[in-house]
Each structure stands twice: as C-alpha cells, then as structure tokens.
Design a binder for this molecule. Structure first.
Ligand code: SAM
Length: 290
C-alpha cells in the first residue's frame, strides 16, 4: 500500500510526496488509471516538456499546474520541488515512458529521499522493458545501456567494456544512428543475434530480428523511422550450466579463500556475487553433492 490515495478506487486528496509517474510511449491507452488519478490529483506536475504533458492532461480531462523540469534547469528548480513535495503532492513525468530511465529525475528522487520526503512510483510503460518482451532473446539476465556516447571513439569503448558480459544488452538509439551503432556492436561483440524494436505501441510498430550485421545492412539502406530500441543477445555459450559454475568454483576454491574465489568466479563469469557466494558456501559445507 502507498501512503496515499493514489488508488483510483479510493478517491481523495493525494498525500504529500514525490510521485514518479510513468506515461505512455505511444498508445495513450497505456496510461494506467492510477497514473491518471495521480496526475489529476497532484498539486503540481514537474514535466520534461510541458507542451507534451499538456496533451496528456487534455486526454484525461485534467487541468493541473505544471513546471518544467529538464536537464537545463534541474539544478536550479530541484530544491524548490523537494521542498514542495514535503507538504504537497508533486508528480514527475517525462515526455514518454518511465522518468529517470534515460530521462531526468534521478537527482530529484535522491534529494527527496535525503530530505525525508515520501517517494511513490506509479509503474508503467518503459521502452527498454517493452523491447525486451518483443525481441525473442533471453530476458533472464539483461543489461540496460541507455544511449551509447555519440562520438565513435567513446561509443566503441563503451561497447568493448561490455563485450564479456553474459547478458542480453538493451540500448536506446535514434533511427538515423541505428545502422552505425549496429555495425559498431557487430565489430566489437561478434555477429550476435539481435532485434530492433521500432515504434512500440504505435501504428507502425515493428520488430525486426536477425544478426547484428544483417540488421546493420538492412538499416544502412533504409534507416528505421521513428523511435527504436536495440536488443543484442548474449555471447555464444552464455547459457552456463550449474555444473559449469560448480567446476569454476571448485577450481578457484582449491587455490584460495572462499571470498577471493567468489570474487574471481563472479567476475570471470559475469554472475552476481551473492549467487556465486551462496553456491560456494553450499559446495564448501555440503561437499560435492551440494
Ligand atoms: N524514459 C523512457 C522510457 O521509459 O522508455 C525513455 C526515454 S529516452 C529519452 C527515449 C528513447 O526511448 C528513444 O530514443 C527510443 O530509443 C526509446 N523509445 C521511446 N519510445 C519508444 C517507442 N515507442 N518505440 C521504440 N523505442 C522507444
């Protein structure tokens, strides 16, 4: 339960706090009833672009004061928003999708929490998660990279940094840059399976699958129109068995203490330290059959 009446089944004034409200990434029908209730009930909406949010408010028939909150004014207006959220309901929205996810809001949440202000999230659309559900690539472990740097050198370094990660990669990109980014990914990751999800939840929604090089060639000829998310499958052989982990752990434990062995194996295999630690304990305490 939230400390507010943000449940549309329980109408009433919203409790003070900062409300992080996810909004549609295309289809206005994806605005949840709870998100609409919070937007309509907020004392003020901090919006990345008030003109974009005005259309959403018109859609739900709400008239609520808005104030801009974007990369260029955030430092100046953040303290005032935090102070207001201590005594009023302040909603934060971005132009589309979930605030904070490649969008403004992280420092606002950080400062609100530090000031003891209640932070409530109203979950909803997020292009990265939507693309992951469309791609047909392993979703069990994924790494969200947001936008890669625009300059080729920094972009390639960022790609090289994640080349060994045993996870599906999810990236935001603009249509005109998609082909070059797909080619750069292929050059540094190998020709992995991938998908490009375009215009999710909109009229011309389309998800194209193929190898990185095939997709790079396709979009070099005709850049994808609209918004895209790139999804890249994990490196070949990434589907590691439990026996593989046990073998690596046994070898590492034979050479060093448990904590060092856990650190080595989790780094080498790209697995969460907590999971490797739990398995190492089981092996040490339970023997080979653990
Ligand atoms: N915060 C947003 C979210 O939760 O998805 C993302 C904001 S980021 C500034 C915008 C990027 O998200 C676009 O460049 C594109 O990569 C992706 N995106 C947003 N809407 C999309 C859609 N309908 N279809 C495909 N990609 C989308």
């Amino acid at each position: 339960m939230t400390p507010s009446s943000a449940d549309p089944a329980e109408p009433g004034p919203l409790a003070p706090g900062l409300y992080i409200v996810a909004t549609p990434i295309g289809n206005l029908g994806d605005l949840s009833p709870r998100a609409a209730a919070v937007l309509a009930g907020a004392a003020v909406i901090a919006a990345e672009d008030t003109r974009v949010t005005a259309k959403l408010l018109a859609h739900i028939g709400a008239r609520v004061p808005m104030t801009p909150y974007h990369d260029h004014n955030a430092d100046a207006v953040r303290p005032g928003l935090v102070a207001r959220a201590a005594s009023e309901a302040v909603a934060l929205v971005s132009d589309a999708g979930t605030p904070l996810i490649s969008d403004p809001g992280y420092k606002l949440v950080r400062d609100a929490r530090a000031a003891g202000v209640t932070v409530v999230t109203i979950p909803g659309p997020c292009a990265a998660i939507a693309a992951l559900t469309l791609a047909g690539l392993p979703p069990d472990r994924f790494l969200f990279l947001g936008f890669l740097p625009a300059k080729a050198g920094a972009r390639d370094a960022a790609i090289a940094e994640v080349a060994g990660v045993r996870a599906t990669l999810v990236l935001y990109e603009s249509g005109p840059r998609a082909a070059a980014t797909l080619a750069a990914l292929a050059a540094r990751l190998g020709d992995r399976p991938a998908a490009v999800a375009r215009e999710i939840s909109k009229r011309f929604e389309e998800t194209a699958g193929g190898t990185l090089t095939a997709l790079a060639a396709r979009y070099a000829e005709a850049p994808p129109r609209g918004e895209v998310v790139l999804v890249v499958g994990p490196p070949a052989g990434a589907a590691m068995s439990a026996a593989d982990l046990d073998d690596a752990l046994r070898a590492a434990l034979a050479r060093q203490k448990l904590s060092a062995a856990v650190a080595e194996v989790s780094a080498a295999l790209g697995l969460p330290r907590s999971a490797v630690y739990a398995r190492a304990l089981a092996l040490r305490d339970g023997g080979a059959g653990a």
